[in-house]
Design a protein around this ligand. Sequence first.
Ligand code: AGP
Length: 610
Amino acid sequence: MCGIVGYIGNQKAVPILMSGLNQLEYRGYDSAGVALFDDGHLDVVKCKGRLRFLEEKLAAKEYNGNIGIGHTRWATHGEPNDVNSHPHLSNTGKIAVVHNGIIENYLQLKEFLMSQGFAFVSDTDTEIIAHLIEYHYAIIGDFVRAVMEACGELDGSYALGVLCDDDKETFVAVRKGSPLIVGLGDGENFIASDIPAILKYTRDIYILEDKEVAILRKDHVAIYDLYGMEVKKDVFHVDWDVEAAEKSGYEHFMMKEMCEEPRVIRDTVGSRIQKGRIDLKGISLTDDYLNGIEKIYIVACGTAYHAGMIGKYLIEKLARIPVETDIASEFRYRDPILSERNLVIIISQSGETIDTLYALREAKEKKAKVLSIVNVVGSSIARESDGVLYTMAGPEIAVASSKAYNAQLSALTLIALDFAAKRKQIPQEEVTRLTSELLKVPDMVEEILKDKENIQRFAAMHYNANSIFYIGRGMDYALSMEGSLKLKEISYIHSESYAGGELKHGTIALIEEGTLVVCCMTQDSLFPKMISNIKEVKARKASIMAITQEKNAAEAEKIADIVITIPNIDPVLAPIAAVTPMQLFAYYMAVLKGCDVDKPRNLAKSVTVE
Ligand code: AGP
């Protein structure tokens, strides 16, 4: 997720661009840049690092231009460095582009453009957009239509700001899948990824819809679709304050990030599934290597560890490779028995967790191959791994992880399916079936998010609880661990997660009248056993919250106090969606208790100390 700002008017563009980018730095901050017309030519100033480095570069010269675009980057393709930062220029330098999103067919387009003589300088997907616009501009001769033609060939998500050196009175913005707004001023107009960037200049905006193109001049804005048909837009008046607007109107970053989960899952899996086949770019594991693996270790901390536990079930079930999961702080000190026939999968949202980083180094010292699943491009763990599969969750601001966990599960599902296919453990048609279901999960999470109020009401009945139990079997047991952690870390309510079959071996002694037990029961084969577990705790007068698939709702409703359903889905894919109700439940419990949801006491977003 990146930040985009654009300006055209009578004021100097640079201060306005930088003010806007400062407001958007929470969206991405590993590099930044601006492009503007100054003294009659197109200038681009950009660099790696936080915005202050760009400010220092810009301070070297007086820029008087009054039309420009700016960008703060959250890297998805290509390490954070000067060359990969935005804006990107086309070959002739006539076209400058800033982009937020993921171009899923960028490799195919890059090959085509290289065959047409275009030379690339960066590792990004964005650079192909600048060249593609130039390609069409050379044929059509019309800047706006060239942008429309190019966008018609892009698969994936994009919010774009585009300048053309041949037309210094105009700039173009396009939206598909990534948010983009147009700010309407008096003799000046703006674009931005998010409202905070322009709120100090105007509260009147157009909210662009997918495949809408905005053509901005100082005193006029026109909106078209990709076919050149004009679109009439209503002006939206923003009455938020800046602080609220940073969260796009959500009360907390955590709610905003949970609501981003459909987009995050779509971005994490979309560009890696082509016609039912999986293409894990960046992971160079040969079929021979995969067939020779003795055991996989999945190593992480906290929420990432819980994702790893789901990964264990997925890889063992689908790829039939033995998997051991380890908490990183344990793994690094237990002198693990490893060799080159072991693959160690490291999972980390931040890519900087010190225990996980040292576990990675331990694995490499013992000659194991290391594959990491990381959210922050170019982070320490990513750099030290043999292969990296990036989750496309964008910056996760809330300390309690939500969207990154869903993305980690999505990435682990892709890995399990890819390994299974390469080891011929499941036929291609089964891979195709599961990948097509996986592509529907974002819509399923959308559905679940519509049921927020139901979960909020149930939380209102239980937020004074002293202790809440989470139970599940199989993958649902691993899922219940994450549900329990979410509740503990943001609401400070004590909670424990138990394997459903383990209750009768002691912990059922803790169940008394009114104890809330959250039951994860998305796995068809284990559903009857979970019903038995519910009856065991119900007999001790416990309250029951069941999370299950729609097809099992009627059965669950006979004995649960509340049933939260997820759309019917193959059990292998269920955890990606089933975690969202538990994240929402923990969120509402914390809000009802008046806790600081985004910054819980005692916690940090990335634990970089031992
Ligand atoms: C997540 O809700 C927690 N805040 C924490 O457990 C976190 O998952 C853990 O510290 C690992 O962080 P990482 O994924 O950045 O390595």
